[in-house]
Design a protein around this ligand. Structure first.
Ligand SMILES: [Zn+2]
Length: 334
């Protein structure tokens, strides 16, 4: 699995970044891939090479905006024992705290941040004894995770809906008064809060799974998105991006710890009885099965159903959103 970590580098690279832009512009204009042709700009050839490859090979690039300094693997030295990354040609030393990795693929350096793309060992997955089903909640919490074998249930994110409503109202008021910049600020603030919450919730779910030798089953949201009927229902329209973010965080944390993940078909997970499989009745927070008489919290019932569902795939078709993304939340350790 490839992940990108973002670190503040605390160095002024404006001179190099300006040269990098010139190199990219020259490359695009003259269609050259040879760093010799751009030597006169004074950028290190290892970096020029990467920039030329990136911009010239991509035929879609018409104009060059902000160019980052792309440092290839061969120009990076790693001291894993002291958690130090050195880029000699830029005289840059970065201290890192993120978990162990196999190797660094490349580092992209911008004005403030260095984005470090690493390969991490995805594996040493254990054989799960149980499965935890993770359901997106409908009645208060963000998420309910349930493990049917033990009957253990965790409910997380109680205040999320409240926070969301609060910020939505603030935004509405500001919008009316035409304060668009403020609206954006509030929006950013809310997504930081949601992101933080998602980190805590995913941590809790993955740690619980690991300590009980369980795997985690998630709903395949890709199917849901395509399904109009689902998409329109309250359950799936509410903050669907943030739930998707939660899933990707669960997947990523699980992979690091070897916790097996699988995706299931979300059809009927909220209507079926988790005891006998018959379609039951939902009344607000309560689920009742007319066939076997089972009564449960509706979201707990759904979480159990997810845990009991046969799985479709080992990874979400969209899970690559996290991979290689430069704003991976987990990893923004400044
Ligand atoms: Zn039943």
């Amino acid at each position: 699995m490839i992940l990108t970590y973002k670190l503040k580098h605390n160095k002024d690279f404006s001179d190099e970044l300006r040269k990098a832009k010139q190199v990219a512009e020259f490359g695009v204009k003259n269609r050259t891939l040879s760093s010799k042709d751009v030597k006169h700009f004074g950028l290190k050839s290892a970096i020029s090479n990467q920039i030329l490859r990136k911009y010239v090979k991509n035929k879609k690039v018409k104009s060059v905006r902000s160019v980052q300094l792309t440092v290839p693997n061969q120009s990076i030295k790693v001291d894993k024992k002291n958690r130090k990354i050195t880029i000699p040609c830029l005289k840059l030393v970065l201290n890192y705290q993120f978990p162990d990795f196999e190797e660094i693929n490349q580092i992209e350096i911008g004005k403030e941040y260095a984005c470090i793309s690493v390969t991490i060992p995805g594996g040493n997955e254990y054989e799960p004894e149980h499965w935890i089903g993770v359901d997106r909640n409908t009645t208060g919490h963000v998420v309910v995770a349930g493990e049917p074998d033990s009957g253990k249930v965790i409910k997380l994110g109680k205040h999320a809906q409240h926070t969301h409503t609060k910020y939505k109202n603030i935004r509405k008021r500001l919008q009316k008064r035409g304060k668009h910049k403020k609206v954006k600020q509030i929006k950013n603030r809310e997504s930081r809060i949601v992101r933080d919450l998602n980190h805590k919730m995913s941590r809790k779910i993955v740690d619980t799974a690991k300590s009980n030798n369980s795997g985690i089953k998630l709903e395949n949201l890709k199917g849901i998105r395509k399904n109009r009927k689902h998409a329109k229902s309250f359950k799936y329209s509410l903050n669907s991006w943030s739930f998707y973010q939660l899933q990707t965080m669960i997947e990523y944390k699980a992979k690091l710890l070897g916790v097996p993940i699988s995706y299931i078909d979300p059809a009927y997970t909220s209507q079926k009885c988790s005891r006998c499989g018959h379609i039951g009745d939902r009344n607000g927070k309560q689920f009742e099965c007319p066939a076997c008489g089972h009564v449960d919290h509706a979201d707990v019932n759904a979480a159990f159903n997810i845990a009991l569902s046969p799985y479709m795939s080992q990874s979400s078709a969209e899970s690559d959103v996290l991979e290689g993304s430069t704003d991976t939340p987990e990893v923004a350790m400044a």
